[in-house]
Design a protein around this ligand. Structure first.
Ligand code: ASP
Length: 357
């Protein structure tokens, strides 16, 4: 019977010898830097993030200036948002699933090694982005989910904690109590409840952060508590390489926030990077990808409004090797964070459709 080609076999072959000496170097996170992937245009570091990412871009730029590895820089950046109890879309304080349990998804990708790691439906661990990096560097896998991901995190010394803050529990409880009049939950008598819940129904929120350093090496991270009140076990696009995050160190990086299902079905971040490879600007690469997604969404009438337009939002962020950046959304009004080495600011992204009033 044919035996599977193992990692040891790989290291024994000629390719493996090259790779082994590469792994012994000092540059990459897996220990070395691919010569091919490292050939780069020198430039200045740039960090891009979703609209909730201003503290993340500031932190990541700070670290890049001190010579940090770009992946460590973006992870340290998003950790600030993961730790923030007031951000109900990421990490600690994220909105829970329909059972009231917070389940987190995250991925990381590192251009010079073309390596990635991810965790999905991870409970009780505040910084899934750090666990995703360990999946990349300390396992032979790309994605760990649920119970296995939790056990892996604990093996690496992560402490379990309750991620449900009082604020996110109360929002969940209101959602639960107002869900149906055919169960035994009774909502408080208040006209305000529906209004208060509005921003959280079909609510998406995530942080994506991508960076290029002065050598042109790219790295990225996407981390989220996913769709509010999702079914237990639902995994969004954030931990799916090619959907919520993708990097090709010869071309650029892309990430996404918004309705993960639409993104997964179209391999969105992969598509953005491929459009950049064909020569499109980062912004146009995001727009072309969104057009394709809107087109395929039309096959599902339940996701289309009376005007034939998507009922959901989706945003892409892109950065090429030269440090050019852009973002686009289905609907107008979205901003994204950019630190270009001089200024850290929110910029209005491109969009396909003007948001209806
Ligand atoms: N994309 C995330 C997901 O679908 C949520 C978001 O970005 O708001 O899980």
């Amino acid at each position: 019977m044919k035996r599977a080609f193992t990692r040891r076999d790989f290291l024994r072959t000629g390719v493996g010898v090259g790779a082994a000496s590469m792994l012994a170097g000092s540059e990459g996170l897996l220990g070395g830097q691919s010569k091919k992937a490292a050939a780069s245009s020198a430039g200045k570091p740039v960090v891009v993030a979703s609209g909730n990412g201003i503290p993340a871009t500031a932190k990541a730029m700070d670290l890049l200036r001190q010579g940090a590895n770009p992946l460590d820089a973006v992870i340290a950046g998003v950790n600030i948002v993961e730790d923030d109890p007031d951000d109900t879309s990421v990490g600690y304080g994220g909105l829970p699933n329909e059972d009231g349990v917070v389940e987190l998804d995250a991925s990381v990708m590192y251009g010079p090694d073309h390596a990635a790691g991810a965790v999905a439906a991870l409970r009780n661990i505040k910084n899934p982005s750090q666990v995703a990096k360990l999946v990349m560097t300390r396992t032979d896998h790309a994605l760990l989910v649920g119970e296995g991901a939790l056990r892996f995190a604990k093996a690496h010394g992560f402490a379990e904690e309750n991620l449900l803050t009082d604020k996110s529990r109360e929002i969940w409880l209101k959602w639960k109590e107002t869900l149906s009049d055919r169960d035994n939950w009774i909502a408080p008598q208040s006209d305000k409840v529906a209004e208060e819940l509005k921003p959280y129904i079909a609510s998406y929120g995530t942080i994506n952060c991508i960076a290029v350093n002065a050598k042109g090496d790219l790295a990225g991270v996407t981390t989220t508590s996913g769709l509010a009140f999702k079914l237990a076990g639902r995994v969004g696009d954030s931990p799916i390489i090619g959907a919520g995050l993708y990097i090709d160190n010869e071309v650029g990086a892309a990430g996404s926030t918004g309705r993960g299902e639409a993104n997964i079905l179209n391999c969105g971040s992969f598509s953005v990077v491929e459009f950049m490879r064909q020569g499109l600007s980062p912004e146009n690469a995001c727009l072309e990808t969104l057009k394709r997604i809107v087109k395929t969404t039309a096959y599902q009438p339940r996701l289309i409004d009376a005007d034939g337009l998507p009922t959901f939002g989706l945003n892409f962020y892109a950065l090429n090797k030269k440090g050019e950046y852009g973002s686009a959304s289905i609907w107008s009004g979205a901003k994204y964070a950019v630190h270009d080495g001089t200024k850290n600011r929110l910029i209005e992204g491109a969009y396909l459709y003007e948001r209806k009033k």
